[in-house]
Design a protein around this ligand. Sequence first.
Ligand code: CMP
Length: 146
Amino acid sequence: PVEHTFATIKPDALEEHRDEIMERIQAAGFTISQIKETRLSQEMAEEFYKEHKGKPFFDQLINYMCRGPCLMMILSKENAVQEWRALMGPTDPTEAQTSSPDSLRSLFANSVLQNAVHGSSNLNQAQEKIKFIFGDIELEKANNES
Ligand code: CMP
């Protein structure tokens, strides 16, 4: 069954590597079901990353995500959540460079903070972020339908 995940190209990566990242997403076989370029307000960024509130890097993370537009996407394919996480690679690009040299973070991230892309960890988080960014939309064979 088709699965839908939520993905973001972060501001620095969108400015510097947009086309290369989009080509790799297409080449990996994802369907882009929704796409929207948005500059997050501070309030939206804090809500988006609410699970990281209180962490030492939280304020830096909010600043980073608000510095320019992000590209928000719903990516669809079989096993999309795990497939997108694999294409991104680990959070920390130095780790990505050793464990998954072809991943987006290995290729395009500048640091553990400025790590180019975001993706949901599981289906619940994907649905929550999809609703937050795209509202109540209809998706073909939506998550959790069997
Ligand atoms: P993301 O996968 O979007 O989820 C949370 C983000 O916080 C992460 O990508 C990074 O941008 C950032 N982040 C995670 N860990 C750290 C860290 N140790 N130091 C700085 N930023 C981090």
